[in-house]
Ligand binder design. Structure first.
Ligand SMILES: [Zn+2]
Length: 333
C-alpha cells in the first residue's frame, strides 16, 4: 500500500524491477510530482526532478545514496517538459552530479527562453491576455504584486543539452523505450513506452484523477492547445488494457484507453456547456463560472487560460465565433 501523504511516503519505491518511483512534495497544487529512476548497464536514468528548493535538493542528496540504487550512479537526466515541477531542479542536479540533460528541443528552448527573458516582459504579456479575458481588477492587482513564479521554482539551466525526438529509443530497466511526444499541456512533452514490458511513462499527458491543465499561453495567444492535446492523445490510444501507466501526478494505474476516453468525455462535456452558455456574447472571465465550481483567487490565471483554450477550440471547430474588440475578447454561438 502506498502511503497517502507524500510526507509519510517512503522516498523510493520499486514499481517493477529496475524502475523506481520517487514521490516529491510540491509547494503548489497538485502538491506532489513523481520522478522515476530506470536502471541500465552504466547506472540510472532520472526522469524529472521537482522544483528547485531546499527540501527537494535535500531529498535528492538522500536519493543518490539510497540503498535501492545499489551503489550505481545516476548517469543521465531526462526531463519530460518545461514546467517548474518537472524541470525545476534539473540545472542543480546536472551540475551536482555532472550529467547531461536530455529534453525535446521545444521543451528545452521554452525553459531557456523563459529564464532568459526579463520577467517584466512576460508579466506584461500575461497581464494583457488577462485584461482582454475580462479578469477582475482584484486579480490584476494581485498578479502585479506577486509577479510570475517560474524563476522562483526553476534554477538556471546549463548552456547545452541533448535533444530527444519522437521515435527515439532508450535501453533502460532491461527493455527498450520509444519516445512518444504529447502536445497541448506542453508543446513537445516526452513520454516513453515499452511495448515489451507494457509500461507507459505518461508525464502529464494522461493523469489518473486530475486532467492536465490545457491553457492558452500569451506568447501564442491565437493557438488551439486543446485541439493539439486531443489530437496528440490519439497517439496513445490502442495500447493494451494491461499497460501500466506511470503518470507524473498520482499513483500508477492500468487501462490507458479507458482513461483517455474519460479525458475526452470531460473536455467534450465542458465544450458543450460553453456552447450553451455562449448563446449571447461572453467574456472569458464569464465562462469560468460555467467551467469551475470555485476558482481560488490565486488560480484565476489558470482558470482563464483553460477557459480560453476551450473557447478557441470551439472557434477552430466552427462552433463559436469571436466577437472581439481591442479591449475584450468575446465569444458567441
Ligand atoms: Zn506536472
Amino acid at each position: 500500500m502506498m502511503a497517502d501523504s507524500v510526507e509519510d511516503a517512503p522516498r523510493l519505491t520499486e514499481v517493477v524491477p529496475g524502475l523506481l518511483r520517487i514521490r516529491i512534495a510540491l509547494p503548489f497544487p497538485p502538491t506532489e510530482v513523481n520522478a522515476w529512476l530506470l536502471r541500465d548497464a552504466e547506472g540510472w536514468t532520472l526522469i524529472d526532478c521537482g522544483v528547485d528548493d531546499a527540501r527537494t535538493r535535500a531529498l535528492f542528496e538522500a536519493v543518490f545514496t539510497d540503498p535501492l540504487l545499489e551503489g550505481r550512479p545516476v548517469t543521465r537526466l531526462l526531463i519530460t517538459h518545461f514546467h517548474p515541477d518537472h524541470v525545476g531542479l534539473a540545472g542543480w542536479i546536472a551540475e551536482r552530479i555532472g550529467v547531461p540533460i536530455h529534453m525535446s528541443r521545444v521543451e528545452w528552448l521554452q525553459a531557456r527562453l523563459i529564464l532568459a527573458d526579463p520577467p517584466e516582459r512576460a508579466l506584461d504579456a500575461y497581464f494583457a491576455q488577462y485584461v482582454r479575458s475580462g479578469a477582475p481588477e482584484s486579480f490584476l492587482t494581485f498578479l502585479r504584486q506577486r509577479g510570475l513564479l517560474y524563476r522562483k521554482w526553476v534554477g538556471a539551466l546549463p548552456y547545452s543539452y541533448t535533444a530527444i525526438r519522437e521515435g527515439d529509443t532508450f535501453q533502460m530497466a532491461g527493455t527498450s523505450w520509444r519516445v512518444i511526444t504529447g502536445e497541448g499541456h506542453a508543446p513537445e512533452m516526452v513520454c516513453l513506452y515499452s511495448a515489451e514490458r507494457g509500461i507507459l511513462i505518461a508525464a502529464d499527458q494522461i493523469l489518473a484523477r486530475i486532467t492536465p491543465h490545457i491553457g492558452v499561453h500569451p506568447a501564442d495567444a491565437e493557438a488551439d492547445p486543446l485541439g493539439a492535446y486531443l489530437t496528440s492523445l490519439g497517439k496513445f490510444e490502442g495500447l493494451p488494457d494491461d499497460t501500466l501507466v506511470l503518470p507524473s501526478h498520482g499513483d500508477p494505474f492500468t487501462g490507458p484507453d479507458a482513461r483517455i476516453t474519460a479525458l475526452r468525455d470531460h473536455h467534450e462535456e465542458r465544450l458543450g456547456r460553453l456552447m450553451d452558455f455562449c448563446a449571447t456574447p461572453r467574456t472569458v472571465m464569464e465562462t469560468t463560472q460555467v467551467l469551475f465550481r470555485n476558482l481560488p483567487a490565486d488560480q484565476i490565471g489558470f482558470g482563464l487560460s483553460e477557459a480560453l483554450a476551450h473557447l478557441r477550440h470551439l472557434v477552430a471547430r466552427g462552433d463559436l465565433r469571436e466577437e472581439s474588440d481591442a479591449d475584450l475578447w468575446r465569444f458567441v454561438r
